[in-house]
Every structure is written in structure tokens, then in C-alpha cells.
Write a protein that binds this ligand. Structure first.
Ligand code: ASP
Ligand code: MG
Length: 399
């Protein structure tokens, strides 16, 4: 929804879907770079961060989109109404700038759908039980869309229940399509790797692994919700309609072919020398603040050896300031290869090391997981490592 013309394009697509007779709910994100511009504006006003007010500011981006889309739909003779996250019943915890959805009470959404209207919901935002406006973290509109589709799809639930458990969505009951500026899911960022393959179908499991490991295209929490609910998702280009179906696994259960290479955004590695109980307190704090923990390891073997954590850079800086003198930090980039059974078959790992060595890229750290492995390199080597690993493990593999 980058500009007025694109908004009219989206309105046309929605109008078509509506004319096919389906009830339609549209979750919108902010136009173009609006969210970044709002963040920039805040930084110009003050260097201090006030997370509550940031949420008030950033939710305006989606509010602009929802109102404009609603107006554009009326122009097509479609009755539409826009709602903020709060009006749509998206109830979250109280963690400003990274809130989690606790429950969805889509009463007003249902009422408007019953009147035959298209309902437009501002993505990326909700409201806490204390009636404070919250946001779900960058890229969070995907999560709003999937959670809302699940809540609306299963009418017996009347929303996501309080304990957050989700029922399985009955087949054909609701469908969720995410339209963006890429033609679906690729084996690597096509901007970086021109030979990246586009997948027409991908299992929810592998998509989740890609998203968690840093493929920017989808918010990881949205895929997690889709996986738990067993809901298929389509991710495609808003103009061409080309894209990828993400659905519960149909691929060969024991296939070992690497499927994708993803690069995480920059991460920081913090090494801390704490006793175990102190380390536990630090981890509790990380959990309370909903901070993503990308890796956690115990250093050495003696009792006061401490931990090393891989966190997002902002949190890393905060840790360094808070525990000055007791932690060290450095920048890292994680480049992950996604596939299956890497812990049972060392061949892809061996090929990765061979290729990285030939390209003179130093591996600073390695983590293996059941459905991926991550090579941690210096920031400067991140793009090079993606190209090298994609070539060695994906392009040169018969699929
Ligand atoms: N507008 C928000 C962001 O830029 C949410 C989203 O786009 O999904 O992060
Ligand atoms: Mg997005």
C-alpha cells in the first residue's frame, strides 16, 4: 500500500473477492516507509525512548492505511468500515513495542460482516487489558492477519480462548492470503541471490524455520499461529498475484535436501560472567520483556563460567550498559541453511564448511538445530556467506 494508486489497486482486488460472495476482512499495514519515518520523527524530537508513546505514534501508520482503503472501497460501491486493533478486539499483553496477542474478541468484526460490509483492520496493533494501545513488533501485521483469520475461521471458538490455545481450523472454513511486494517465498533473498528458486508450495514447518532464522518475508509469529491452527496461508505479490502456498507438510517425510538459505538481521553476542542463579535472573528479565533470544550457551565448564547469549543489537547495547564490566559484546550475522535432519546427516554441514573455507569466510560460531544449521560470521561476511552457501547447497543440488 505504498501510494494512493496502490491503495486503489488493493481496493480493486478486495472488491473482486467480495463480488465472489465471500465475507472479506482486510488487515492493512502502514504505507511504504511510514513506520520508519514515524520512528525517525520521534528520534528527531528526543533521543530518549518512551515505548508507550512510540506505540501511540506508530499505530497511526496503519490507521492512515485503513481509512484510505475504506474510502477507496466505497468508490467501488463496496460498503466498508475500518477498525483499529483495539476496536477489532485484538487483546495483547502490556509489553509496549513487542506485545503478544492473548485473545481475540472479534464481536464488532462479525457484526459488520453480517451486515455485508468489508471490514478493514489495522495490523500490528492491539490493546492491553488496561486499555493501553500496544504494537506487536516490526512486521507484526502478518501476525494480526493470521491470528484474526484463525479466530474468525472457527466460529465455535468465539475468538482465541484466554489460554491462547487455538483450535484446528476446519478445512475450507477460512483462508488467509498475505499480499506483499514479492512473488512468494524464495530459497534466498532474490535481491542478493539472483538464482534463488521460488517455491510454489512450502510446508508450514520449513516456512517457520526460515522465518525464525531470519528470512524477512514473514513475521515468525504469524507462521507459528498458522502451524498450530493447521491453517494454510498464501503469500504473494499484490499486483501479479504470483506466490507460494504454505501448508501442512506434504513433502517426503524424510527428504534431506536443503531448501533455503536465510540471513538473520544483525545480532549481538553477549558473553557474561555470572553465576548460574544470576544468569537465571538475567534470562527471566529477557523473558519478561518478550526479548527474542536467538541462542544461549553456557561458557566453559567451571561453575562461575556464565553464559553467552545472542540477542538483537538494541538489547545487546542495553545489557552492556546495565552490566558494565561483566559482559562483552560483539556483532555477528547468522546465516542459516534450512532443511531437514541436519543432526542425522553431516554431509550438508561438511559441504558448507568446504565452500566457506574456499571463499575465505571465517566461521565464528556454529549452531545446529533439527531443521537448520546456522553459521555465525562477521557482519561484513553475511551477504558473501549467503551467496556461497546457496551455491554449494541449493543451486548445486539435484532436487
Ligand atoms: N508497519 C509495521 C512495520 O513496518 C508493521 C508491518 O508492516 O507489518 O513494521
Ligand atoms: Mg511485512
Amino acid at each position: 500500500m505504498g501510494n494512493p494508486e496502490k491503495i486503489r489497486g488493493v481496493a480493486l482486488r478486495v472488491a473482486e473477492a467480495k463480488r465472489h460472495g465471500q465475507p472479506v476482512v482486510v488487515v492493512v499495514s502502514a504505507m511504504g516507509d511510514t513506520t520508519d519515518e514515524l520512528l525517525g520523527l520521534a528520534r528527531k524530537v528526543t533521543p530518549a525512548t518512551c515505548e508507550r508513546e512510540l506505540d501511540m505514534l506508530l499505530t497511526a501508520g496503519e490507521r492512515i492505511s485503513m481509512a484510505l482503503l475504506s474510502m477507496a472501497l466505497r468508490d467501488h460501491g463496496i460498503e466498508a468500515i475500518s477498525f483499529t486493533g483495539s476496536q477489532a478486539g485484538i487483546i495483547t499483553d502490556e509489553n509496549h513495542t513487542r506485545a503478544r496477542i492473548l485473545e481475540i474478541r472479534p464481536t464488532r468484526v462479525r457484526q459488520e460482516l453480517e451486515k455485508g460490509r468489508v471490514v478493514i483492520v489495522a495490523g500490528f496493533q492491539g490493546v492491553s487489558r488496561a486499555k493501553e494501545v500496544t504494537t506487536l513488533g516490526r512486521g507484526g501485521s502478518d501476525t494480526t492477519a493470521v491470528a484474526l483469520a484463525v479466530a474468525l475461521g472457527d466460529s465455535s471458538l468465539g475468538g482465541v480462548p484466554r489460554d491462547g490455545s487455538l483450535g484446528r481450523v476446519p478445512r475450507g472454513h477460512a483462508k488467509c492470503e498475505i499480499f506483499t511486494d514479492v512473488e512468494g517465498i524464495f530459497s534466498a533473498d532474490p535481491g542478493l541471490v539472483p538464482k534463488a528458486r521460488r517455491y510454489r508450495r512450502l510446508s508450514t514447518d520449513l516456512m517457520l524455520e526460515m522465518a525464525v532464522r531470519g528470512a524477512q518475508v514473514m513475521h515468525p509469529r504469524s507462521i507459528e499461529i498458522a502451524r498450530i491452527a493447521g491453517m494454510p496461508l498464501f503469500v504473494g505479490h499484490s499486483v501479479t498475484g504470483e506466490g507460494t502456498m504454505i501448508e501442512p507438510a506434504k513433502e517426503t517425510l524424510e527428504s534431506e535436501t536443503p531448501r533455503a538459505v536465510a540471513v538473520t538481521a544483525r545480532r549481538g553476542l553477549v558473553r557474561m560472567t555470572f553465576s548460574e542463579s544470576e544468569a537465571a535472573a538475567v534470562l527471566d528479565e529477557t523473558a519478561e520483556l518478550n526479548l527474542p533470544l536467538h541462542d544461549c550457551r553456557r561458557n566453559g565448564e567451571d561453575t562461575a563460567a556464565g553464559l553467552s547469549l545472542v540477542l538483537d543489537p538494541a538489547e545487546c547495547r542495553a545489557f552492556v550498559e546495565k552490566y558494565a564490566g561483566r559482559v562483552t559484546a560483539r556483532g555477528l550475522a547468522g546465516v542459516s541453511v534450512i532443511g531437514r535432519h541436519f543432526q542425522q546427516n553431516a554431509r550438508p554441514l561438511s559441504r558448507a564448511f568446504h565452500a566457506l573455507e574456499q571463499a575465505r569466510i571465517a566461521t565464528l560460531r556454529l549452531t545446529t538445530h533439527p531443521q537448520s544449521f546456522t553459521v555465525w560470521v562477521s557482519d561484513a561476511d553475511a551477504s558473501g556467506a549467503v551467496t556461497v552457501l546457496h551455491k554449494a547447497l541449493i543451486e548445486n543440488t539435484a532436487d
